[in-house]
Design a protein around this ligand. Structure first.
Ligand code: ADP
Length: 605
């Protein structure tokens, strides 16, 4: 799982980085605090020094000093000098003021009345005396008092004669414990410690009493210089047990991490910042505990962990989101592809359907044409059948006309004009009959081209009957046509309905041929928005399967009598007109009955 390894690695890096950065920030903070404390204390010490520095010089100007030095045996002058120094010490607030001659012998002092008075002591070995004589200028020196053993700052200045010769040195001693006590102020850090080291690295001011008069230099091997030992009489000046732990990353050169083993036995780590103090070769070392660094590190680690987990969660969330989006996009793509495929399939099947439809339409039109041709063929067949009867029908009137014409000629010769006229009338009537007969056949033979319209069913029946009655075999048949008074308007085509009726009637005529009392009945009745036209006969009836008779070329007759197409064509014609044609045997007696229904229509005229 490289992802998990990466996450763990990143966690470790974050922890390490937070730890290092926390340390850096913590040390910087501690160093900053140390520097602030150093600065404050530096100012304090500088103020103190500046306050006392000009005082010995001012005192040296006093004429009494010169007088005392010039007349050391004049007890009156010496007394005056002693009293003056006492006054000065009081005014300045110093612990001691005293006057030394060129040999270093104290000839007057403010404490002249005390038992441990400086008067009579020789301080020629003290640098504040020797340096003042040597340089002829003010000197500041720190040391423990020889008599008192109390820490003091010594300010000295040479006293010169009118001609500039050095006559002696005046010294002012100031106690330093005040400087120490001023370190601890309420606002200062409780964890901050301080030591002031002299040029040899000996601490003479310390925030902790145990750290006083200790060697912080860490470099002195064996004996300390004589001058140093003289400065701190009767003090051991033991080296301080400090361990330098190096310079933390990112800090200035003046800082160092140290571990101090205190005389009480506890060990503590500090960040030590060293700063030189003004005017003197003193060094201020401020030490602040490094404990807050640990807290800073822990704070950074917590913050680092929070950022790490925040980033990790955000990354996981974004990764999941992108994954889902990618999945959705993929699904969308798949869906689109499927839709496109489906559309292609649909288009393909649509095209197939269109092709099938056009094929079907073509087949239907072919069928229609074939039907027309069949109807035509059937009609011609009927014409063929009727040709014998027609022959008879035509011959009869022709013979009659011939007879009438011959008779008319004879009547003309006789001059019997009225008879001629009567014969001519007969001839005309016969001609009309023949013309009507041929007209009917002409109508029957023609094709119907027009679309269906609203027609009177009665007219079609009338026309069909005329054709049927013209046939020889219809003679002697009782054809009962119950013709309605009102027009029978229906959806259809005169010629086509007439063709259907001719077929039905021709079949009926053939069926009743053998009967003794042949009867054919035609009725028209309205039923549920339709006209129902029934053709009944009392013939031999239909064969067993009545639906079979509507199949093309089904016939029970000889070739001369029928082709078996009449009913099949009739049904197709009626279907095309939105009607029905059914046939069955009569329930009320022998014979068949055919029912033709057509939709009722309002008369358009
Ligand atoms: P065709 O008359 O040329 O035989 P059709 O289709 O008109 O052809 O009639 C099919 C068959 O239906 C006839 O052969 C006959 O058997 C039967 N048929 C039709 N009309 C009648 C009827 N009125 N009475 C008895 N049988 C009939």
């Amino acid at each position: 799982m490289p992802l998990r390894i990466g996450a763990v690695l990143l966690l470790l890096i974050t922890l390490g980085l937070s730890w290092v950065l926390g340390g850096w920030a913590g040390y910087r903070q501690v160093e900053q605090e140390s520097l602030e404390e150093s600065f404050r204390y530096r100012q304090l010490v500088a103020n103190e020094l500046n306050r006392y520095l000009p005082i010995p010089e001012l005192m040296a100007e006093h004429p009494l000093m010169e007088q005392a030095l010039l007349n050391p045996n004049d007890s009156r002058v010496i007394l005056q000098a002693n009293e003056e120094m006492q006054r000065m010490a009081t005014i300045v607030g110093s612990s001691d003021v005293y006057l030394m001659d060129t040999s270093g012998l104290t000839i007057a002092a403010n404490n002249y009345l005390q038992e441990d008075s400086f008067v009579g002591s020789n301080y020629a070995f003290r640098p504040y005396f020797s340096e003042a004589v040597a340089t002829g200028d003010s000197v500041i020196y720190f040391a423990l008092g020889l008599m008192s053993g109390v820490r003091g700052l010594y300010f000295s200045h040479p006293i010169r004669s009118d001609r500039g010769r050095i006559l002696g040195v005046i010294a002012v001693k100031v106690l330093v414990h005040e400087l120490e006590s001023q370190w601890h102020r309420p606002a200062s850090l409780s964890e901050a410690e301080m030591v002031v080291l002299d040029g040899s690295g000996i601490s003479f001011l310390a925030s902790r009493p145990a750290w006083l008069y200790r060697d912080f230099s860490g470099g002195h091997q064996g004996e300390l210089p004589l001058e140093t030992r003289q400065r701190y009489p009767d003090r051991e000046l033991r080296p301080m047990e400090t361990e330098r732990l190096g310079l933390p990353w990112g800090l200035s050169e003046t800082s160092a991490k140290i571990r101090i083993q205190s005389p009480e036995g506890d060990r503590q780590d500090y960040l030590a910042v060293r700063t030189p103090l003004p005017r003197l070769d003193w060094t201020l070392q401020v030490m602040v505990s490094t404990a807050p660094v640990l807290w800073s590190r822990l704070g950074f680690v917590v913050a680092g962990l929070a950022i790490y987990f925040g980033v990790l969660l955000a990354w996981l969330y974004l990764r999941e989101r992108y994954r889902r989006e990618a999945e959705l996009a993929l699904r969308g793509e798949q869906l689109e592809r499927r839709v496109a495929e489906r559309t292609r399939d649909l288009e393909h099947s649509n095209q197939q359907l269109l092709a099938e439809i056009s094929e079907r339409e073509r087949a239907q039109s072919e069928l229609r044409e074939t039907q027309q041709e069949l109807i035509q063929a059937a009609k011609l067949a009927v014409l063929g059948q009727m040709s014998a009867g027609l022959n008879h029908e035509m011959n009869q009137p022709l013979t009659a006309i011939q007879t009438y014409a011959r008779n008319s000629r004879r009547f003309l010769e006789k001059g019997a004009m009225d008879m001629v006229d009567a014969n001519l009338s007969e001839i005309i009537t016969l001609c009309d009959k023949m013309a009507e007969l041929t007209r009917q056949f002409k109508v029957f033979a023609r094709k119907s081209e027009g679309p269906p319209s609203v027609v009177d069913l009665r007219q079609s029946v009338d026309a069909a009957l005329k054709i049927i009655k013209a046939q020889k075999n219809s003679a002697g048949i009782d054809i009962r046509w119950n013709r309605p008074e009102q027009p029978v308007m229906c959806h259809g085509d005169l010629i086509r309905i007439e063709q259907v009726m001719v077929n039905l009637l021709a079949n009926a005529v053939q069926a009743v041929e053998e009967r003794e009392a042949p009867v054919i009945t035609i009725d028209v009745l309205p039923v549920d928005g339709h006209w129902r036209c029934t053709v009944r006969d009392n013939g031999y009836g239909l064969p067993g399967n009545t639906e079979q008779i509507f199949e093309p070329f089904f016939t029970t007759k000889s070739v001369k009598q029928g082709l078996g197409l009449g009913l099949s064509i009739s049904r197709q014609i009626v279907d095309a007109l939105g009607g029905t044609l059914t046939g069955r045997n009569r329930a009320d007696g022998p014979g068949a009955e055919f029912v033709l229904t057509l939709q009722q229509r309002e008369a358009t005229e």
